[in-house]
Design a protein around this ligand. Structure first.
Ligand SMILES: Nc1ncnc2c1ncn2[C@@H]1O[C@H](COP(=O)(O)OP(=O)(O)O)[C@@H](O)[C@H]1O
Ligand SMILES: O=P(O)(O)O[C@H]1O[C@H](CO)[C@@H](O[C@H]2O[C@H](CO)[C@@H](O)[C@H](O)[C@H]2O)[C@H](O)[C@H]1O
Length: 496
């Protein structure tokens, strides 16, 4: 690898790019850049264009890319290996012909010899021009040395141009831990440091504070033990006043078991001759933990009461989401009338309005970890398909309860998926889901949350709203799972 030139080594470690006009993939670039970075970014763009759509976290799948616009490039390490932090806007044409795009966070490693032992999917390719001509460009999340560098920046609270690394008071962070890429199925990318910390790197970047940081910090500051404590984060000012969250460092829970895996193990026992455990005890505890988190959030963040008109708007928003979902998945059309009735019944059942507060927003068994000290909740980012503004709006707390109820249903349905029709097993699976749903609700109420049974219209509407979201999610990401939420929609529509 050619060593970075002196000018690059001394470059201001931030290269604000301004907004370039959308154009083809090559030649779309920053107007204002520091020497070295802009050439490197230009050399990397064709490789990025090929690699990006293959990533799980890339949200633009199926939509042709009409432009790649570097927003800010920041060298975090120069030399061999080098580490480039890049915020990149990916543009797509919309039907109206106007550009529409998302901003992504990339951490790019560059090595002359190529990284050893790195999985092939993490390599973007070989640079064929620019200051690093001939070197290998790869996803630095998979390079322990470079992710170790990120931890050092977090520990020292560094600033590089528009990038700020920030620590929570009292968190003395180690600086000598290499990071390994997490293999968990996820919407972002995470790096685990030893058995102590986990850094989530948000991939699709929205302006402003990410709700995951916002809510996790509020819970951490309130002393809640129901989330992994926040140790640090980093953010970029990009071109706006309010910084955009880029990464969140939390305590790692080395002894934790994933709630979804635990539930699948339990429900799987219905099939074999293994003795079925009593997951309902855990479901009850999880309900309590959820109520506890809601209580802390209601004390530390704004609460409100929707009046009658606003409650009507809540129902209308559900009906609107249903209509968009019908357009995306026409199989929903036959349920539309019944589901709309359920939304109207929610509005009619609450003439005095509804209390609302900040909530988790996308609670499911995969977001709950069982530790030796009880259940801990993760990932307060909310539903990735919603705008950040929507996700930050206070909601009925029972929305999280309804979402978790859907998750018990998913675990039971997963048992039956793909196999021959087995009415006896289907009966056992349905009974398992019901038992755990009931236990979760009882735990939630025992923990001080509102009794879900006291608001049946609200609960049904919230469950439908979630199942509609799931139909779109599965159609887009896991089409073979689509029958799971569709079966729930069928059941819920029949109950109206
Ligand atoms: N603090 C933690 N301790 C242990 N494992 C964690 C922790 N945070 C996340 N994980 C693991 O990483 C997975 C993905 O985390 P999550 O926050 O849901 O990421 P994403 O928002 O990218 O989907 C979780 O399901 C869990 O298995
Ligand atoms: O965890 P994410 O923030 O990425 O959430 C998205 O993906 C989830 C799946 O990984 C999805 O959850 C749905 O599938 C789960 C089983 O895999 C099930 O337990 C949930 O109840 C169901 O909603 C989630 O909706 C989506 O936003």
């Amino acid at each position: 690898m050619s060593e970075p030139s002196r000018s690059q080594a001394h470059v201001q470690p931030d290269a604000p790019a301004g907004t370039a006009a959308p154009a083809g993939l090559r030649g779309t670039g920053p107007r204002r850049t520091a020497l070295g970075v802009s050439e490197l970014v230009q050399a990397a763009l064709p490789l990025i264009a090929e690699w990006l759509p293959t990533q799980r976290w890339y949200a633009g799948k199926g939509r042709p890319i009409t432009g790649l616009v570097p927003v800010v490039g920041t060298p975090l390490q120069v030399g061999d290996p080098a580490l480039l932090h890049l915020l990149l806007r990916v543009e797509h044409a919309t039907t109206a012909g106007l550009p529409h795009g998302d901003t992504y966070q990339l951490l790019l490693g560059i090595r002359s010899q190529g990284p050893s032992g790195i999985e092939p999917g993490a390599v973007l390719g070989r640079l064929s021009q620019g200051p690093y001509d001939g070197a290998t460009l790869y996803d630095a999340v998979h390079d322990p040395e470079l992710t170790g560098r990120l931890l050092e920046h977090l520990a020292t609270g560094d600033r590089f141009g528009s990038l700020s690394f920030r620590r929570t008071p009292g968190s003395g962070l180690p600086t000598n831990l290499p990071g390994r890429a997490s293999t968990a199925e996820q919407s972002n990318s995470s790096v685990i440091y030893g058995t102590s910390y986990i850094l989530k790197l948000f991939r699709r970047i929205h302006p402003g504070t990410n709700p995951d940081l916002e809510l996790s910090l509020a819970l951490s500051r309130a002393g809640s033990t129901r989330i992994p404590r926040v140790a640090a984060w980093f953010e970029s000012r990009m071109e706006r006043a309010e910084p955009a969250t880029l990464g969140l460092l939390q305590r790692y829970l080395p002894d934790a078991e994933d709630g979804w895996e635990l539930a699948l193990d339990q429900v799987g026992r219905l099939k074999g001759d293994r003795s079925p455990g009593n997951f309902a005890i855990e479901a009850h505890r999880l309900g309590r933990a959820t109520a506890e988190v809601h209580r802390v959030l209601s004390r530390s963040m704004p609460v409100a009461r929707l009046d009658r008109t606003q409650t009507g708007r809540l129902a209308t928003a559900m009906a609107d989401r249903l209509d968009s979902a019908v357009a995306a998945v026409p199989g929903l059309l036959r349920f539309r009338a019944a589901l709309r009735t359920a939304f109207q019944q929610l509005a009619d059942a609450h003439p005095d309005g509804l209390p609302v507060q900040r909530i988790h927003g996308d609670l499911h068994l995969g977001q709950a970890m069982r530790t030796p000290h009880g259940w801990v909740l993760l990932d307060f980012e909310g539903e990735p398909a919603k705008s950040v503004t929507e996700r930050r709006e206070p909601q009925p707390a029972l929305r999280d309860v309804a979402a978790m109820l859907r998750s018990f249903d998913y675990a039971a349905a997963h048992l039956l998926a793909g196999g021959p029709v087995d009415p006896e097993l289907a009966h056992l699976a349905a009974a398992w889901a019901q038992r755990n749903r009931t236990a979760f609700c009882a735990g939630y109420t025992a923990g001080g949350g509102a009794d879900p049974a006291a608001s049946p219209e609200l609960m049904r509407a919230l469950e439908i709203d979630k199942a509609v979201y799931e139909v779109v999610y599965e159609a887009r990401h896991r089409p073979s799972w689509l029958p799971i939420p569709l079966a729930a929609i069928n059941r819920l529509a029949l109950s109206v």
